[in-house]
Design a protein around this ligand. Structure first.
Ligand code: CO
Length: 137
């Protein structure tokens, strides 16, 4: 089940510049910065009540974020929905005819398991499903 919009991902050229800009815009400093090895990105997260904004900067030209910016420039990159059972949702959406960009959940930023849906099947919007990895500590 999809439970809420977990965050909105924004592709930026410079995380330093964008952090400064969003700190002014939201009147809030980022609560977390993280390198995501699987995507070649560094991210920073802002939180306004329950809504998060994820800024993404490519760390390598092969990064999906570098390719996105090359094609479209900076801007909204994806919408992430929180799910309570990522495997069940992947199965359900596959059954509905959506194309999954990864067949098994992968490790995303902010302690999440993630799966992306191909934007060709979602009106051009890259959709991320994310499930918080339970903390057993
Ligand atoms: Co995201």
């Amino acid at each position: 089940m999809l439970t809420n919009v977990e965050h909105i991902g924004i592709a930026v050229r410079s995380l330093t510049d964008a952090n400064e800009l969003f700190t002014k815009l939201l009147n809030e400093t980022p609560y977390k910065a993280e390198f995501v090895e699987s995507e070649y990105v560094t991210t920073s997260f802002f939180k306004i009540n329950e809504t998060k904004i994820e800024l993404l900067e490519a760390t390598d030209p092969s990064s999906p974020i570098a390719k996105f910016i090359e094609k479209k420039g900076e801007g909204i990159h994806h919408i992430a929905f929180e799910v309570d059972d990522i495997l069940a949702e992947m199965e359900r959406l596959k059954g509905e005819g959506f194309t999954l960009l990864n067949e098994t959940p992968k490790r995303g930023a902010d302690n999440k398991l993630v799966c992306f849906l191909h934007p060709k099947g979602t009106s051009g919007v890259l959709v991320e499903l994310c499930q918080t990895i339970p903390d057993y500590s």
